[in-house]
Design a protein around this ligand. Structure first.
Ligand SMILES: [Mg+2]
Length: 378
């Protein structure tokens, strides 16, 4: 029986090779929270999340002090029950932020552990819609010092040359005119038939400011405008969605099903980018995806393609995996021992049990050390 015997946890700060900017923030390091859940019969499931550009120690504290003790000694198949118990245990500290991300990582590790125990790749264990590969878009178009619109266009065209039929770029950092110039360069470079997505990373304060940009952007036929406002400002998302013909996408830092229910109910997003490593794990992500299906909304989950490829494969109303072809932005890629491959604009699914990869212990060990929680001190 897969009783949970011990849990290992660490947080890892991985430096970016090059300082990289979004609409309103600049990143030099990325902190990731990692967990390994070991069962008494010798299986190990892994889970992980992004915890921001600082303070990764909050993650390890949440696992060590709050959540691990809920799981130790329990049957890993009781995923729904363990989710409810973790959520209840962290009701005062959690529900959002780093504690919910810690719940997400542990929940992911339970699914991975159980799929490995069953000898099935995660997408088949969940009940696959796609068996071999899933559609993906190439994510990039960041702001770097000295990067011109022409260079942005070359970058976007390079993804199309790799076979991607959909590409994404950042927006919202510069003036409306300067952003229009970047978008025009990208559209000219990829041609009219490629789906071109825009990510604003919470860059705009209100609908008036957003419209100054969107009025210029619409003629370039963006596939969606992502995260125009702060995630909690659901009403502004809904108002913008009514005022522009470009679909609104958001949800990557949305926590729990109730936030997403509000977004859907107010028609604040046609596309949910819910991140299973943020929202409450695979368990909560699937609840949200099912709710979105009832609203005619589609799922395009946020980064961590290693985690989201199997979820997209098991979800009929999922449209795309966000794919990072190198390790410059999603430098989590440096912490795992196996990379997903892409072909013809699709990500090829791992067919080994569970997530199909493990942490690269040498890479992790250079940056952090694991702490083991086994309940013996309790
Ligand atoms: Mg985004």
């Amino acid at each position: 029986m897969p009783l949970i015997q011990s849990i290992e946890v660490c947080s890892v700060a991985v430096p970016l090779d090059r300082v990289t900017s979004f609409s309103n923030r600049t990143v030099t390091h990325r902190h990731y929270g990692l967990v390994k859940v070991h069962s008494a019969d010798g299986q190990t499931g892994i889970g992980f999340c992004y915890v921001g550009s600082s303070a990764g120690g909050l993650f390890t504290a949440a696992v060590e002090q709050l959540l691990a003790l809920v799981l130790l000694g329990q049957d890993s198949h009781a995923v729904e029950g363990l989710w409810a118990r973790m959520y209840q245990e962290a009701l005062l500290q959690g529900r959002a932020g780093t504690v919910m991300r810690a719940i997400s990582a542990l929940d992911t590790a339970l699914w991975d552990l159980n799929a490995r125990s069953a000898g099935l790749p995660l997408h088949r264990y969940l009940g696959a819609y796609e068996l071999e590969s899933v559609p993906a878009y190439a994510s990039g178009g960041y702001y770097l010092d000295g990067k011109t619109p022409a260079m942005l266009g070359e970058e976007m065209a390079s993804y199309v040359a790799m076979g991607f039929k959909a590409v994404k770029m950042k927006t919202g950092r510069l003036s409306p005119a300067a952003e229009e110039e970047r978008l025009r360069a990208a559209r000219d470079a990829v041609g009219p038939d490629v789906e071109l997505m825009l990510d604003c990373n919470n860059g705009w304060a209100d609908v008036t400011q957003a419209l100054q940009y969107m009025r210029r952007f619409e003629r370039y036929d963006p596939y969606f405008i992502e995260e125009p406002f702060s995630p909690d400002d659901v009403d502004s998302h809904a108002r913008l969605a009514k005022l522009t013909r470009v679909p609104v996408a958001t949800g990557e830092i949305g926590y729990g099903r109730w936030h997403h229910q509000e977004l859907l109910g107010k028609q604040g997003a046609a596309i949910l980018q819910t991140d299973a490593a943020v929202c409450g794990g695979i368990t909560e992500w699937r609840r949200i995806a099912a709710m979105a299906a009832g609203h005619g909304a589609v799922m395009c989950p946020h980064w961590f393609h290693d985690l989201h490829a199997p979820l997209v494969a098991a979800t009929p109303n999922a449209r795309y995996v966000e794919f990072f072809w190198d390790d410059q932005v999603l430098n989590f890629r440096r912490l795992v021992d196996r990379q997903l491959q892409h072909r013809g604009g699709r990500v090829v699914l791992h067919q080994d049990p569970g997530l199909g990869f493990r942490f690269d212990e040498q890479a992790v060990g250079k940056l952090a050390s694991w702490t083991r929680v086994d309940g013996s001190a309790a």
